[in-house]
Design a protein around this ligand. Structure first.
Ligand code: ADP
Length: 316
């Protein structure tokens, strides 16, 4: 009876899995386009309803992002911020309007190419039952494991202040994480978050998206993690120190010194302030776009309203 009960639990999962729609190329591995840089991302009058839904989540949404800058997309809960990420990364294709990357329609790229192009940490990011090291390495599955890029890995761990966490683990970087293994060690929520961000930093994707992975933190905690992330990406743009000794320096330099597009998604404005430019999403479209300083000048703007109502979260 115990056996039947166990198998039944698995069968329920299999049934859900088999009931899912099939997507062509869903199992494609990330496909790197050598020398490719994302120069522009454009939404042209994009409208979208979830399959089976009767309400437009995005309606005539248009905006242009360019030059490897750091952008923040802000808006109230339910405004459609995550939906925007899902469309941009190719998870849904049945939208109206156009999404263009470097002027070319998103649907003309292969799915593997899109997988490589975007590295995303979602709010419900994965906690892999692998070792600490592997949890970061899977950020770049096409990477050269032979040289395992230890130096770069250590740099990221250091910058994200995860070093003391690793030192406390019984097997250091090779400690198995999660609860699946009898001797697996579980991390705290905050440590898992940083590990997910480390994975994103380790990837060689030209566009990084942080879609509120820090929503469980308090507003100041979130701003601090975003600040750390910003520092690492900025330093990477300025210097290639630490990768010079690697055998495959050419590819490493190409991957890690590259300026990247960064998109931060949040409804809390403390984190948005550090972006070069901010886009405000409301009722399915972008209603304001500009710098923090510019947007708080506009008296009747939504950004200004949100900023004033959230001010108390950040004041001491
Ligand atoms: P935000 O990230 O700004 O909080 P979302 O993009 O997650 O907003 O959601 C926008 C709207 O779309 C919400 O009303 C939400 O309920 C709806 N929505 C999100 N995901 C789905 C889905 N998979 N199916 C149907 N509706 C969805």
């Amino acid at each position: 009876m115990q056996g039947i009960a166990d198998v039944n639990a698995y069968l329920r999962d299999v049934e859900i899995f088999l009931g899912m729609e099939e997507k062509v190329d869903a199992d494609a591995r990330p496909l790197k386009i050598p020398g490719f840089q994302v120069e522009t991302i454009e939404f042209r009058r994009v409208s979208f309803r979830y399959p089976g839904g009767d309400r437009y989540v995005l309606k005539d949404c248009s905006f242009m992002l360019q030059g490897n800058k750091c952008y923040a997309v802000v808006g109230k809960n339910g405004a459609g911020k995550s939906t925007l990420t899902k469309l941009l990364t190719g998870l849904y294709e049945d939208y109206e309007g156009e999404i263009l990357i470097n002027g070319k329609d998103l649907r003309e790229y292969r799915y593997g190419e899109l997988k490589w192009m975007f590295s995303v940490v979602f709010q419900d990011f994965a906690r892999y039952a692998l070792s600490f090291r592997e949890n970061i390495l899977v950020g770049n599955v096409g990477g050269n494991e032979e040289h395992s890029h230890t130096q770069f890995l250590e740099q990221i761990i250091d910058k994200l202040e995860l070093k003391s966490c690793v030192q406390k683990l019984p097997g250091g970087l090779d400690t198995r994480l999660g609860k699946l293994d009898r001797d697996g060690v579980d991390l705290s929520g905050g440590q898992w978050q940083k590990l997910a961000i480390a994975r994103l930093l380790y990837s060689d994707a030209p566009v990084n998206i942080l879609d509120e992975p820090t929503a469980a933190l308090d507003p100041r905690g979130e701003a601090k993690v975003y600040e750390m992330f910003r520092q690492v990406t900025m330093e990477r743009g300025q210097s290639t120190e630490g990768v010079h000794s690697m055998k495959d320096m050419h590819t490493m330099e190409e991957a890690y010194s590259m300026e990247k597009f960064t998109i931060l998604i949040t409804y809390r404005l403390g984190a948005a302030r550090m972006a070069d430019e901010i886009l405000v999403l409301d009722q399915g479209r972008i209603i304001e776009q500009g710098t923090h300083e510019g947007l708080i000048q506009s008296e009747n703007g939504l950004y200004k309203e949100m900023f004033d109502s959230q001010r108390c979260w950040y004041e001491t």
